[in-house]
Structures are given as structure tokens and as C-alpha cells.
Design a protein around this ligand. Structure first.
Ligand SMILES: C[S@@+](CC[C@H](N)C(=O)[O-])C[C@H]1O[C@@H](n2cnc3c(N)ncnc32)[C@H](O)[C@@H]1O
Length: 245
């Protein structure tokens, strides 16, 4: 008698029964694992963040040495400082025109949007997260000069920047500026709307702007386009001249 081919054999259990048994066993596993936890765990700190945000924070963290004192200028809700602390042990300070109260060991202070209330070289790294495109050129220069004054190693910028802005990006930037002028003017007395054009600079323009500032030794523009849905997210790293340079 010819041997039966394997594919001719009827399955031991019908496919649907296997699916059903597997679903029941998975549910029991999940219940048992939940019941086995010694204490009920609260929310995990990474759960409040998006995957894109966490990936961008990991990039930022690669420019921050462990143990650094980090200042976030225009910190908003201080979410970058909270994300950075998932990757680096840092001493975190944020300033904003209208900051939320300090919490979770992060010091948050109000500032006047012009000068930074800290002594010279009192931070290792200063971050501006999507702040400088909300001010005019002179104002941005003043803020970066202040950052260079209070910082020892480097200034990091997250910015809305592209190699070139096309029609759709120019429209987007114009609307973003109008929208945020309305919102910030309502939120903070110290807010000063941009005089002239807001700082929506291309990669080359950010490079030129920062390279011309005394105290900045080198500038690198790092597109973060692959991390976000929109292509404009950009990291700019300005290394400061140290005393020996
Ligand atoms: C687009 S939000 C960014 C907030 C946060 N850094 C982030 O990345 O999500 C811009 C922030 O800059 C702040 N800011 C700080 N100094 C400012 C200034 N001189 N002019 C305008 N906005 C300023 C605003 O209050 C606001 O919180």
C-alpha cells in the first residue's frame, strides 16, 4: 500500500479548537502574572511619552554626560527634562515665562524671557526645545549669548528646521507663528512677540547664526526626520569653546 503523504493526514485537533485553547491559556497566564506581582506598581515614567519623543530624548542624551547639570530654557511642561532623566542621571533645572510648579526633583523657575538668572558656567548643558523660532533674531541672539554665558560644555537646540522651506512649510510656519503669538500673549506678561521675521531658519542658516556667536567652537545640524511624522524636527549641537581651546 502506498505511504500517505503528510499533508493528507487530518489534523489531530481542528484549527479552531487550537486557537480557542491558546486564547484561554493566554488569558489565564495574564491573570496569574498580574496576581503574582508582590506590590501593585504605579504608572511607569516612560508611559506618558510617545515613542518618537523617547527616541529624540535618547539622541539628546547622547550629547549629555552622566551627572551633568542641565538647564532647559523655555521648558514648557518640562517633558524633555523628564524624558532625559530616563536615559541620564542629571541635575535638571527648567525656566519658562510661566512654568508649572517644580516636581519630581526638577527645579522649575519663572524667568523674564531675556536673561538667565544663573551665575556664569553654572550648567554643563543648556537646551532650547522649540523656543527660538518664537522670537526675533536679536532676541534669539540675546538668549543664546546668555546660554553660552551660563554653560560649560554645549548648547542643544531642538528646532523646526529644514534644508529648504517650500510653500507648504512657509504656510505652516506662518500659521504656527500666528497661533503661538495668540496663545503666549494670553499666558505670560513677559512674552514679547517676534520683531520682524520669526526664526524659522534652514539648516545652513542655523549653522551660520550659531557659528558667528563668540564662545561657540563648532556647530552640527542633525535632522531627526526619521523619528517623527513631520520632517522639520531638527537637533542642533553647539559645542562651546573651553578655557583650554
Ligand atoms: C513650543 S513651546 C516648547 C516647550 C518645550 N520646550 C517643548 O519642547 O515642548 C515654547 C516655549 O518657549 C517658552 N518661552 C521661553 N522664553 C520665551 C521667550 N522669550 N519668548 C517666547 N517664548 C518663550 C514659551 O513659554 C513656551 O513654553
Amino acid at each position: 500500500m502506498p505511504a500517505r503523504l503528510a499533508e493528507d493526514s487530518p489534523p489531530v485537533l481542528p484549527h479552531i479548537a487550537i486557537e480557542l485553547a491558546s486564547a484561554v491559556l493566554r488569558s489565564v497566564q495574564a491573570i496569574a502574572a498580574f496576581a503574582a506581582q508582590p506590590v501593585r506598581r504605579g504608572p511607569r515614567p516612560w508611559e506618558e511619552h510617545t515613542a518618537s519623543g523617547l527616541l529624540a530624548a535618547a539622541r539628546l542624551a547622547s550629547h549629555i554626560e552622566p551627572g551633568s547639570r542641565v538647564l532647559d530654557v523655555g521648558c514648557g511642561s518640562a517633558h524633555w527634562l523628564r524624558k532625559l532623566r530616563l536615559f541620564r542621571e542629571i541635575d535638571a533645572v527648567g525656566v519658562d515665562l510661566a512654568p508649572p510648579p517644580s516636581s519630581d526633583g526638577i527645579t522649575l523657575l519663572r524667568y523674564d524671557g531675556q536673561s538667565l538668572p544663573f551665575p556664569d558656567k553654572s550648567f554643563d548643558v543648556t537646551l532650547f526645545g522649540y523656543v527660538l523660532h518664537h522670537v526675533g533674531r536679536e532676541h534669539a541672539r540675546r538668549l543664546v549669548d546668555e546660554a553660552v554665558r551660563v554653560t560649560r560644555r554645549r548648547v542643544l537646540l531642538l528646532e523646526d528646521s529644514m534644508p529648504e522651506f517650500d510653500f507648504w512649510y512657509r504656510l505652516r510656519n506662518r500659521c504656527h507663528r500666528l497661533e503661538t503669538e495668540l496663545v503666549y500673549a494670553a499666558q505670560a506678561d513677559a512674552y514679547v512677540p517676534p520683531d520682524g521675521d520669526a526664526m524659522f531658519l534652514t539648516h545652513a542658516q542655523w549653522h551660520a547664526f550659531l557659528s558667528a556667536i563668540p564662545g561657540i567652537a563648532s556647530v552640527a545640524v542633525v535632522p531627526l526626520a526619521e523619528l517623527f511624522r513631520n520632517a522639520h524636527h531638527t537637533l542642533v549641537v553647539a559645542e562651546l569653546a573651553t578655557a583650554g581651546d
